[in-house]
Design a protein around this ligand. Structure first.
Ligand SMILES: [Zn+2]
Ligand SMILES: [Zn+2]
Length: 263
């Protein structure tokens, strides 16, 4: 087992080494995480990569999942669930009381605001769109094409709102930073490349089990997944699905949890 003292721990050196292996036609390379040289079979396929493989070996990708599991083990999830539930009830109660007390005033305020702003603005917008139909459609198309992350996030938030799930606001950069911290580069479940990327709610927004609490739309509940895993997971119990997925990779989830589940 090589360690961080290996010359292959140096990224530039490793890139040159892997390039040399490629040029010689050797089907092996150094893993970007453990730096051990392994056969291509130990790396998931990644279309578009110079050697057609991801940079981390299957063992390292699997241990990234294990570390995430450690962070989000069931007990912590349970604490989160309870916190969300308690705060949702409390927030709902406060909101309800406030709305009751301020219903009249709020209605008047809303009416005035709409009258003064909405109508005029809507009318201006409507007229502009009518006169510039093609440009308006083109603007929407362009914005969507240039902001795929915002569009996807918008859809996810709408789904979360529809499912009455708790939403903890975050930016795409927050999510990427969290995944980087836990080395979540490929599909969280099968370890293959997550291309196209599916952002999976680990605890589903609409759990198949009606007694289960919907998962929050929050960084802690989102993992990268490939299309196949995301689709076959659906609204199933996430721990059952993860257990099956890890078993297919030779990883025993219960054993992992037992190791990490220390007081
Ligand atoms: Zn490795
Ligand atoms: Zn997958």
């Amino acid at each position: 087992m090589e360690t961080k003292t290996s010359p292959l721990a140096d990224k530039k050196y490793r890139m040159r080494f892997n390039q040399a292996m490629r040029e010689k036609g050797v089907p092996a390379k150094a893993c970007g995480s453990c730096f051990v040289v392994k056969g291509h079979g130990e790396f998931s396929v990644k279309r578009g990569a110079a050697d057609g493989r991801v940079s981390r070996c299957r063992t390292c990708v699997a241990s990234a999942s294990r570390r995430w599991v450690a962070k989000n083990s069931e007990r912590k999830a349970e604490t989160n669930r309870r916190w969300y539930e308690e705060n949702r009830d409390r927030a709902a109660e406060t909101g309800r009381r406030w709305r009751e007390e301020n219903r009249e005033r709020k209605a008047e305020y809303n009416r005035q605001w709409y009258e003064e702003n909405q109508e005029r603005k809507a009318e201006t917008d409507r007229r502009w769109r009518e006169e510039n139909r093609d440009r308006a459609a083109e603007n929407v198309r362009r914005w969507r094409a240039e902001n795929p992350e915002q569009v996807a996030e918008h859809h996810r938030r709408r789904r979360a709102a529809k499912a009455a799930a708790t939403v903890t606001p975050f930016t795409p950069a927050d999510l990427r930073a969290d995944w980087e911290e836990y080395d979540l580069y490929g599909c969280f479940y099968c370890g293959g490349p997550a291309e196209p990327l599916h952002v999976d709610h680990f605890y589903p927004l609409n759990p198949a089990d009606e007694d289960a609490t919907p998962g929050p739309h929050a960084v802690d509940n989102l993992v990268p997944a490939c299309e196949t895993c995301n689709t076959s997971k659906g609204n199933r119990d996430p721990w059952a699905f993860l257990s099956d997925a890890l078993a297919a990779r030779g990883v025993d989830l219960d054993a992992c949890l037992a190791v990490f589940d220390v007081e």
